[in-house]
Design a protein around this ligand. Structure first.
Ligand SMILES: Cc1cc2nc3c(=O)[nH]c(=O)nc-3n(C[C@H](O)[C@H](O)[C@H](O)COP(=O)(O)O)c2cc1C
Length: 187
């Protein structure tokens, strides 16, 4: 099989498709915002840590730096349009909860709100951050996590793909989701 080279500036696309999350954050005086993020990752079981990579030019970067809290909200594929709104407009100019017709809900452990229409929420406190090129990588400690009951098998700690269709970004404005089939490997 012939392999072709890829522009280095596009090499990250070889790591897509990636699930998209909606990060909520807020200012000190309580103004809420939402940013779509494809560059997120689990980092540690114990303590439970997750990471998100945010460009400093985003309004959300300023808010997360200021208040050191964020919530990772997991949208299903049904929220593709709302997610794109949160990924195309800046909270500097628009109120994204209103524009995307999403509902803020009080979180349990942090100030930024949950997004009611999302299926799962991880409430996080920033424990460190790292400058990484043109992005900043925020490491968040998960203080509380919730999921819609029927979508998640709690014994096995796995989503039920018959109920949950994740929103997965191929690149730009092109998205996909999963089929129900999974396969289990034994080696
Ligand atoms: C699907 C999708 C994924 C995105 N992933 C990221 C990301 O991982 N990090 C980032 O800084 N921006 C990402 N963006 C861009 C921001 O969401 C976008 O610039 C947004 O308008 C910033 O909003 P803000 O200025 O209110 O923070 C993504 C956009 C889309 C549509």
């Amino acid at each position: 099989m012939v392999k072709v080279s890829v522009r280095l500036s596009s090499s990250y696309r070889l790591l897509h498709p990636r699930p998209v999350v909606l990060i909520t954050c807020c200012s000190k005086d309580g103004k809420n915002n939402i940013i779509a993020v494809a560059w997120s990752t689990p980092l540690s079981f114990n303590p439970p840590l997750v990471g998100i990579s945010i460009a400093p030019k985003r309004y959300s970067y300023k808010l997360i730096k200021e208040t050191k809290e964020f919530v990772v909200n997991v949208p299903s594929a049904k929220l593709a349009k709302e997610t794109l709104i949160c990924g195309k407009f800046s909270g500097r100019n628009v109120e994204k909860f209103k524009m995307a017709n999403l509902t803020p809900l009080q979180a349990k452990k942090v100030k930024p709100p949950l997004i009611k229409e999302c299926v799962a929420h991880l409430e996080c406190k920033v424990v460190s951050s790292l400058d990484v090129g043109d992005h900043v990588f925020f490491v968040g400690k998960v203080l509380n996590a919730e999921v819609e009951e029927e979508l998640f098998n709690r014994e096995e700690s796995k989503y039920r793909l018959s109920y949950f269709k994740p929103l997965i970004q191929l690149g730009g404005e092109e998205f996909t989701t999963t089929k129900e089939e999974t396969f289990i490997l034994k080696v």
